[in-house]
Design a protein around this ligand. Structure first.
Ligand code: ADP
Ligand code: MG
Ligand code: MG
Length: 251
């Protein structure tokens, strides 16, 4: 599924190296978590996967089912089946959520050479997906994320993920200050969308989220690299002993 090989990334504008050789392989149907201290490069990894400006890949690769992601435009990445949810969803005043989601879905379809979905069919699809996730579809009538509570933004993100039916989902929940309810929403959404053909990379600073999303594999990132990989017990160890103890001796 997702294969990251020796990924090196620096800031475009400055001589600051952030990722120093990230190696990571997420198999189909698996949930991998990345944890790590603040500033270790976790968000940068997700930004680079999304194709955000401002970062320069100086070495390495990231492929999705063998296709090089790093050479694709952001919409091509979505068409290839990559989905990224970020810590701070953008607010778009004046654009209805329904229009926004349909535009996202149709951009994906267009990049795949598929037919666009009509407003009527989309409405049906949204109602279906929202109901299966127990999300109130009323939120669809409001402008994108404007005045949404943290929980509503999370619901919206999960709904978007359900609509786009990605095969690789990357969620960066590091610093979002999720309260317990919002955290459960994210976890329930991920768990509902988990299947043997879909993989998840869940980035989180705290172990709590992983109480609700049981990861198959846990990685610890430090100083721009994955320095430790283990099972769910690694997350519990972080919770108990903190990063300093765990990282002593591995770098
Ligand atoms: P994490 O998500 O693990 O907390 P980040 O990827 O956000 O780490 O950041 C890694 C390092 O890169 C930090 O030292 C951060 O300050 C720096 N960094 C990331 N993006 C930028 C940027 N656009 N400008 C300046 N520094 C950046
Ligand atoms: Mg940070
Ligand atoms: Mg971060």
């Amino acid at each position: 599924m997702l294969k990251i090989n020796n990924l090196h990334v620096k800031l475009e504008e400055e001589e600051k190296v952030i990722l120093r050789g990230v190696d990571l392989e997420v198999e189909a149907g698996k949930v991998h978590a990345i944890m790590g201290p603040n500033g270790s490069g976790k968000s940068t990894l997700s930004y680079v996967l999304s194709g955000r400006d401002g970062y320069e890949v100086t070495d390495g690769s990231a492929t999705l089912d063998g296709e090089e992601l790093l050479e694709m435009e952001p919409e091509e990445r979505a068409a290839a089946g990559l989905f990224l949810a970020f810590q701070y969803p953008v607010e778009i005043p004046g654009v209805g959520n329904m229009t926004f989601l349909r535009t996202a879905l149709n951009a994906q379809r267009k990049a795949r050479g598929e037919e666009e979905v009509s407003a009527a069919d989309f409405l049906k699809l949204v109602r279906e997906k929202a109901a299966s996730l127990k999300i109130d579809a009323d939120m669809m009538k409001r402008p994108v994320n404007v005045g949404f509570s943290g929980g509503e933004k999370k619901r919206n993100e999960i709904l978007q993920m359900a609509l786009l039916e990605p095969k690789m989902c990357v969620l960066d929940e590091t610093d979002s200050g999720l309260d317990v309810d919002a955290m459960k929403l994210v976890a329930d959404g991920v768990n509902a969308l988990r299947n043997e053909g879909r993989s998840f990379l869940v980035i989180t600073h705290y172990q709590r989220l992983l109480d609700h999303i049981k990861p198959d594999v846990v990685h610890i990132m430090a100083n721009g690299r994955i320095v430790l990989t283990g099972g769910p017990e690694l997350a519990l160890e972080v919770e108990k002993n903190g990063y300093t103890d765990i990282l002593a001796g591995v770098e």
